[in-house]
Write a new protein. Structure first.
Length: 75
């Protein structure tokens, strides 16, 4: 799903090598989801449940949802 791909691509652009082992584990669990299930989590339509209701998913999910920070090149 294009929406998921865009959000994940932006996540990797922002994180560039700063991903912890726990975040990587959570990201893997999320990427294994179907596209509609992942989009529901990213849009906040539902919360992680079952195997996804774990610290590794809860620590990476807000990073995936975070908006892009615009930088002002004059500052």
């Amino acid at each position: 799903m294009l929406e998921n791909d865009v959000l994940i691509e932006r996540f990797f652009q922002r994180q560039q090598g700063r991903l912890t082992a726990a975040q990587a584990q959570g990201l893997q669990l999320l990427i294994d989801l179907s596209d509609p299930d992942l989009l529901d989590l990213l849009l906040g339509r539902r919360e992680p449940q079952g195997d996804l209701d774990c610290e590794s998913v809860r620590c990476v999910l807000p990073l995936l949802k975070a908006p892009i920070q615009e930088t002002d090149p004059t500052h």
